[in-house]
Design a protein around this ligand. Structure first.
Ligand SMILES: [Zn+2]
Ligand SMILES: [Zn+2]
Ligand SMILES: [Zn+2]
Length: 397
C-alpha cells in the first residue's frame, strides 16, 4: 500500500525528487511542462516560527500559520507611528479580528480555533509557558532572550524553530516517523570536500551555541530527542534550519493595497486612492524602513529539495498571506528540467558572481556552478564600492 501511494504522488504532482550525487545531493525535477506563471506545487511547512525580534516589535501574526492579526489600518498606524492615519475602503482588509483566539494559558494568539488546535496538538502543549507573565529564569525564556542578544534584525533564523522541531517529535504518536521527517532535510554541518562550515557554526560562535544548547536541553530534554541535544546533534539541528529555512512574509497592508487595486472605481477616486497609498509608503519608508512584514522561517520538504540557481526558473510565493507556500514558474519549464529557485534575495542576486558565491558558501555550504555563474567566471572579483567592504571583511577571517 505504501508503494502504491508513492507512485501516485510522483505521477500526479508534475514534480519528482531525484537523488543527484553524493553525499546528500538531491534536486526537484519537472515531470511535465509548466508555463511561466503556472503553479508547480503547493505545500505547508512541517513547522514554522515567527522571528523573535519581529514578534517583539509588535508585528502581530498567528502563532501557527503567520496570518496577520492586525487590520491594514492598525498595521499602517503602527508602522507609520501615526495613530490618526485612516485608510479608505476598509472592506479591502482581509483580517478577521472576530476569529482571533488566544491560548488560554499564555499570550500566544491565533487567527482561528483550527490554528490554535493544530499548534497545541503539534508542539504548543510542550512549549506553552502556562503564564501570561513568564518567569524570566525559565530556560525557554532565557533561550529566546539569549538568541535575541546574538541575532539582531534583519533576522534570518529563529531558535524557536529548533524548539518546535524538538517539541513536535516529543508530542508525536510516532516519534521515529516524526524524527525521520526532519532528518530528510540536509543537516550536514560541514562540506568536507570543499572544507566549508556553516556560518552559524564558526569557531566564534562556539560558546554561544553551547549556551543555547544547555538552555534547550534544560527546557526540552527528553530521551526521544536526546540525539539533537548533544553538542554534535545540536550543531546538525542548527545546520538543518540554517540551510533549509525558507523565509515567510505576510502583511495585512500589502493585501489591502492589492485588493484596492482590484476595485472598480472612477478615475477620480482611483487618483485619490493612489495618492493616499503613495503618501503612506513614503511615511512607511521613513518610519519602518524595510521592515514592513510579519517575518518567519519554515521548513518545507519539497521546496527544500529545490536547488539554487542565480538564474532561477521558479519562485516561492505566499498568495494566501499565511505559511502556505505556492511554488510558481517564473520561466517556461519543460518536462525533465530541474526546478531551481534563488536562495538569495533580489538585492544579493543582483551582486557580482564573487559576492553571490561567498554568501552561498557561508550559508548553504556549496559553491554555485549555475549557468549564470559559469558564464561570469571571467568577470573581475569586485564590481562595486559596496562590495569592497565585504571583501575586506572576508580577508580578515
Ligand atoms: Zn492561523
Ligand atoms: Zn500557550
Ligand atoms: Zn550561481
Amino acid at each position: 500500500m505504501a508503494t502504491k501511494e508513492v507512485t501516485v504522488e510522483s505521477e500526479d504532482t508534475g514534480v519528482e525528487v531525484r537523488i543527484i550525487g553524493d553525499p546528500v545531493g538531491k534536486g526537484l525535477f519537472a515531470t511535465r511542462d509548466f508555463k511561466s506563471g503556472e503553479v508547480i506545487f503547493e505545500e505547508r511547512p512541517l513547522v514554522s516560527c515567527q522571528f523573535l525580534w519581529n514578534a517583539a516589535y509588535g508585528y502581530l501574526a498567528c502563532d501557527f500559520c503567520m496570518r496577520p492579526l492586525e487590520t491594514a489600518e492598525e498595521n499602517a498606524c503602527r508602522l507609520t507611528q501615526n495613530p490618526q492615519l485612516t485608510l479608505p475602503y476598509p472592506e479591502c482588509c482581509d483580517t478577521k479580528k472576530d476569529a482571533v483566539v488566544e491560548c488560554p494559558y499564555c499570550d500566544a494568539s491565533y487567527c482561528s480555533r483550527d490554528c490554535r488546535e493544530s499548534a497545541w496538538n503539534q508542539y504548543h502543549e510542550t512549549l506553552c509557558l502556562r503564564s501570561f507573565m513568564p518567569d524570566p529564569s525559565h530556560p525557554l525564556v532565557m533561550l529566546q532572550e539569549a538568541w535575541k542578544q546574538m541575532h539582531y534584525p534583519p533576522e534570518t533564523a529563529c531558535i524557536m524553530l529548533l524548539a518546535r522541531i524538538i517539541a513536535t517529535v516529543r508530542q508525536a504518536a510516532d516519534k521515529e516517523g516524526a524524527t525521520a521527517l526532519f532528518m530528510q532535510f540536509c543537516h550536514r554541518t560541514v562540506n568536507e570536500e570543499e572544507e566549508i562550515a556553516h556560518k552559524l557554526l564558526g569557531a566564534e560562535f562556539h560558546d554561544q551555541l553551547e549556551a543555547l544548547r544547555v538552555m534547550m536541553e534544560k527546557g526540552l530534554g527528553a530521551p526521544e530527542v536526546q540525539h539533537w541535544l548533544t553538542p554534535e546533534g545540536f550543531r546538525s539541528l542548527v545546520a538543518l534550519v540554517g540551510t533549509n529555512g525558507q523565509g515567510i512574509g505576510t502583511s495585512p497592508l500589502s493585501r489591502w493595497v492589492r485588493n484596492c487595486d482590484a476595485l472598480e472605481i472612477s478615475a477620480a477616486e482611483r487618483e485619490k486612492l493612489d495618492q493616499i497609498v503613495d503618501d503612506m509608503y513614503v511615511q512607511l519608508e521613513k518610519e519602518a524602513g524595510g521592515f514592513l512584514n510579519n517575518e518567519a522561517s519554515g521548513l518545507y520538504p519539497l521546496q527544500s529539495s529545490c536547488n539554487h540557481s542565480c538564474d532561477p526558473n521558479a519562485m516561492p510565493t505566499f498568495p494566501y498571506n499565511n505559511f502556505h507556500l505556492v511554488m510558481t514558474a517564473v520561466k517556461d519549464i519543460s518536462a525533465g528540467d530541474e526546478i531551481c529557485v534563488s536562495y538569495l534575495d533580489e538585492c544579493n542576486l543582483s551582486r557580482s558572481r564573487h559576492s553571490r558565491i561567498t554568501i552561498l558558501r557561508e550559508n548553504y555550504l556549496f559553491t554555485c556552478r549555475c549557468t549564470k555563474c559559469e558564464e561570469q567566471t571571467g568577470d573581475p572579483d569586485v564590481t562595486s564600492e559596496e562590495e569592497m567592504d565585504e571583501d575586506e571583511e572576508e580577508e580578515d577571517e
